[in-house]
Design a protein. Structure first.
Length: 479
């Protein structure tokens, strides 16, 4: 099949979260199956300055209508392996920035213009370059208007650009909401600025475009696909999603097992496997040393995330005394809400031997936290899929996760199944998290039970080759 993906980020070109990991790994897996895979991404500064981009070739110059203006853009092609091509859409006014979506915890004021233009540029590039796809798969709100723009262009120009369109919701909390005045940048007929279009409570919603106008809607786990049909997790979109329920499918993400493999991981001071865990003990020592924590015979708990309400940082802060009183160690890597950052730094300052915080984005350190921790914490309020709980299991680190979204689908609670258990799931409440921490302490002292759960997790297969087969089957069925 000829498969085209469109996304606002892709590992390793640019990564702010799991979306980049998913697009990078899914495209790589599909191409390894023999499909012809292309992906459109914006020309961010980091990508334009990379050594790889020097190999890119300018393919076409576009003039894209945006409201009353026509704005120029360039499309570069960069081959990735034998069957993958990256198309970089460049307009420096929009994408030559240090961050993808905003700075200082505030979205860029022109994100509406940036990503409406990006959606239009994808469709125009496909038309001019005569890229006729079997499947066009768009990811998250930044590409939410692509399926609609594509069908409009096909109708206007009498040309087929894609047989079927797919739209993936990676996190429904981010919907691409903008003031209603932003609708003018779409240049769409007014009929689309209504309830059955992209209008949303006197605003416009780019994610709603993907929900209403793609042929198939995907989410990143089966449980999340069920959750978003309810008011508790639908963020106001449950009505629109219920209308498309027959076309809604959830497939849990995989992980890139080439990048995340404790046997070969170059980020680690020592490698290890399920058969020989001696290297994991060295990683634990290295993690404690790097964060300035003293050694202990009690568990080391790790957490790598954006410091936001969604990730359950409130629950963590309410339970900080657990780590202090029980002589445990806690390492947190991430950035986010300034209030959360200040609170965690205060804990680290008052208990420098037990709490270590690293307020930065650091790929090497994220691997070390996964390898050097005994438990990995994910007390999320909601979690569409999550990747760290799968990294953790592969690295012999037991995940403690909220019983939501993809965390429910990918972690087997050892209390429910002692033979196959790989971690713990708990209700996303203060009481649930408190009980999970208490049980984790008892499990760690039961060496045989802990090691069994550890081995179970390391022997699970979360590879993208398995996951991508599910996408391949859906693509083939749809056409």
């Amino acid at each position: 099949m000829k498969i085209v993906h469109a996304a606002s980020e892709m590992f390793p070109c640019l990564k702010t979260g799991g979306l980049a990991d998913v697009t990078g790994a899914l495209c790589k897996s599909l191409s390894s199956f023999g499909h012809d895979v292309s992906i459109f991404i914006p020309g961010y500064r980091k990508l334009l300055e990379s050594a790889e981009f020097k190999k890119a070739k300018l393919k076409v110059v576009l003039q894209i209508e945006l409201g009353d203006d026509f704005l120029r853009g360039e499309v570069y092609a960069l081959p990735i392996g034998k069957r993958q091509t990256m198309y970089v859409i460049r307009r420096d006014e929009f994408f030559d920035r240090s961050n993808a979506y905003g700075a200082s915890n505030r979205d860029y004021d022109d994100n509406d213009r940036r990503f409406i233009w990006f959606c239009k540029a994808i469709v125009e590039a496909m038309h001019v370059l005569e890229i006729k796809a079997d499947i066009l798969h768009c990811h998250d709100w930044q590409t939410g208007l692509v399926p609609l723009f594509l069908r409009m262009v096909e109708q206007e120009r009498g040309a087929s650009l894609a047989l079927k369109t797919f739209f993936s919701i990676h996190n429904l909390a981010f919907q691409g909401l903008f003031p209603n005045r932003s609708f003018k940048y779409t240049n769409l007929p007014e009929e689309f600025n209504e309830l059955d279009g992209i209008e949303f409570y006197e605003q416009i919603s780019m994610i709603k475009g993907g929900i209403f106008f793609a042929d198939k809607i995907m989410t990143v786990s089966p449980n999340y696909a069920r959750e978003i049909l309810t008011p508790d997790f639908g963020f106001g979109m449950e009505g629109a999603l219920t209308k498309r329920e027959e076309d809604l499918v959830g497939i849990a993400n995989g992980i890139d097992t080439d990048v995340w493999d404790p046997r070969t991981d170059s980020h680690l001071p020592a490698n290890y496997s399920a058969k020989n865990l001696s290297g994991k003990a060295l990683c634990r020592k290295a993690l404690l040393k790097e964060t300035g924590l003293t050694d202990t015979d009690k568990p080391v708990y790790g957490m790598v995330c954006r410091l936001t309400e969604q990730k359950g940082v409130d629950s963590l802060l309410k339970r900080m005394n657990f780590f202090i009183k029980n002589d445990c160690r806690l390492v947190i890597l991430g950035t986010g809400d300034p209030g959360y950052e200040r609170s965690l730094k205060r804990w680290a300052k008052s208990h420098p031997d037990r709490v270590g915080v690293c307020m930065r984005l650091d790929e090497r350190m994220s691997h070390l936290v996964e390898a050097g921790s005994d438990y990995f914490l994910m007390p999320s309020v909601f979690e569409p899929c999550g990747l760290n709980q799968m990294y953790s299991q592969r690295y012999g680190t037991l995940p403690l996760v909220s019983n939501v979204g993809g965390l429910y689908d990918t972690v087997i609670d050892f209390r429910d199944d002692e033979e196959a258990g790989t971690g713990m799931r708990f209700e996303p409440t203060e009481a649930g998290f408190k009980e999970a921490l208490k049980v984790s302490l008892a499990l760690f002292s039961d060496k045989a039970s802990y090691e069994k759960a550890q081995a179970n997790g390391m022997n699970r297969d979360f590879s993208w080759s398995n996951v991508a087969k599910g996408y391949e089957d859906l693509y083939a069925e749809s056409i």
